[in-house]
Design a protein around this ligand. Structure first.
Ligand SMILES: [Zn+2]
Length: 475
């Protein structure tokens, strides 16, 4: 079995090799950027979705599902939006043999599918807030190099759309989404920074956009999601109005919150190591794999003990998997490590006789679990494992950031740069050109270090309005 490429020096090669070796997706489908979810990858995706659903529903959002096709005339109503997506949409222009009267867009995102209907649903202030979400596939004609989970043409997409009474209520919804994402990210053991995008990089049609960026090494960042405040930019063109308590007609203020399968890419990228993928327990297709070590001898033997262990763990609500195949135990350990299973229980003749199991987590820590207290011991092992995984990710995250005070230092810079920036677009572009990257924006969540006053803008030297901003090379 071949070694994986080195993560630090050949990150993309390493990433692609891990995704393949862990059997998360099959790239051999006949359309570039549209990949097949394998049984193992599908389970990881399902558990990701479960975390999102749990956290968003806890904030009062309800599931809906809108059609995948959007009439071109509805799609074109918000001008910034259409401009932003024009070059990226798939068109359906024929139905059978006839040209369609009104061509259809395969949704790149669902604002323009939902909002004509929201205009029918929202009548009175009593219909507000309207908070709905869907998890569907969206389509974008991606022209850059595609990569599994990170840049694809058919995207497994979570999108929340809301209507609020006014701007302040919509601001509050944005805050609530940021809090919900913080809880999701904790479940995925992913440290991230929330960043307010600069004007020139916000979502098409948004008043402002806050994105979640994850550093993935040597200054590269992965945007894994975003929250947008639309003010009345969509409710105007789509006529989403309500009658307030005094009888006046008002436009709603809207927000959206989007996340995608990139989260799975981030989990592979951040937690993975020289041995392959590493899953946090919440997302792992199998939380525990039980491997009996065959041996001739007295009953109960390792295999019947392993069966008992799996049955008990499944009854306890754990995703436990019995690997009783005829490979050597060493080959099984190697494969489950490659596939990122959090905890392995090894049961040989000695363990079976002593009513124990040797528990080895994916970070290589070994302890003995007692069958008398199996459920409690496994719960404890997984809890300790998740804590250790988060601590390891956090240490790596902290090490990604550096303060930079001059443009010169940004040439070939291999960290995420924290820079003093006056807020002017030309200074932002100077940063982007020098770094050959992006000005990500201004942080909305705490940075991993104490910072003094920003001082003068690193591009123009002006101290007026200078604030801390982040710059990196988005993947
Ligand atoms: Zn400046």
């Amino acid at each position: 079995m071949a070694d994986l490429p080195d993560k630090k020096s050949a990150f993309i090669d390493w990433y692609l090799a891990v995704v393949d070796a862990a059997n998360l997706t099959d790239k051999r489908y006949g359309v570039k950027g549209m990949n097949v979810w394998t049984p193992y990858g599908f389970l990881a995706r399902r558990h990701l979705d479960e975390v999102m659903v749990r956290e968003i529903e806890a904030t009062g959002s309800s599931p809906v599902e809108f059609p995948a096709l959007i009439p071109a005339n509805e799609f074109a109503k918000e001008k910034e939006h259409i401009k932003g997506f024009d070059a990226q949409v798939y068109w359906v222009t024929k139905g059978g043999l006839s040209e369609l009267d009104i061509p259809l867009v395969l949704r790149p995102t669902s604002e323009t599918a939902m909002y004509p209907i929201f205009a029918l649903w929202v009548r009175s202030h009593r219909d507000l807030p309207l908070n709905v979400y869907q998890i569907v596939n969206t389509f974008r004609y991606e022209t850059k190099t595609t990569r599994p989970f990170m840049r694809v043409r058919e995207i497994h997409f979570f999108e929340e759309h809301t209507c609020q009474v006014d701007e302040a209520a919509a601001d509050q919804r944005v805050r609530s989404n940021l809090d919900a994402f913080a809880r999701m990210a904790k479940a995925f053991a992913l440290p991230y920074v929330a960043v307010r995008r600069p004007e020139w990089d916000k979502f098409p049609g948004a008043a402002y956009s806050i994105a979640f960026d994850i550093p993935v090494g040597t200054g590269r960042t992965l945007q894994i999601g975003s929250v947008h405040h639309y003010r009345e930019n969509f409710s105007g063109p789509y006529g989403i109005r309500y009658e307030d308590p005094s009888g006046a007609q008002k436009l709603v203020h809207q927000t959206t919150f989007g996340l995608s399968e990139r989260l799975l890419g981030a989990i592979v990228a951040v937690h993975g190591d020289a041995k392959g993928a590493v899953f946090p327990t919440a997302v792992a297709p199998y939380e525990v794999v039980v491997v009996p070590i065959p041996s001739a001898g007295a009953e109960p033997g390792p295999e019947s003990t392993a069966r008992e262990v799996v049955e008990r763990l499944v009854r306890h609500g754990r995703r436990a998997h019995l690997d009783a195949g005829d490979e050597r135990p060493g080959a099984k350990y190697y494969r489950w490590e490659l596939q990122g299973v959090p905890l392995r229980l090894e049961i040989g003749r000695r363990e079976a006789a002593a009513r124990t199991a040797t528990a080895v987590d994916r970070l290589g820590r070994k302890q003995t679990a007692s069958l008398a207290a199996l459920e409690r011991d496994v719960d404890r092992c997984l809890e300790e494992y998740d804590d250790a995984l988060y601590a390891r990710a956090l240490a790596g995250y902290r090490d990604e950031f550096r303060v930079v005070r001059s443009l010169d230092e940004l040439k070939g810079f291999a960290h995420v740069a924290i820079i003093p920036w006056c807020g002017k677009e030309e200074c932002g572009h100077a940063v982007e050109t020098t770094l050959d990257g992006g000005l990500l924006g201004t942080p909305e969540s705490p940075l991993p270090m104490e910072l003094e006053a920003p001082g003068a803008c690193l591009a123009c030297g002006s101290a007026t309005g200078a604030r801390w901003a982040l710059a990196g090379r988005p993947l």
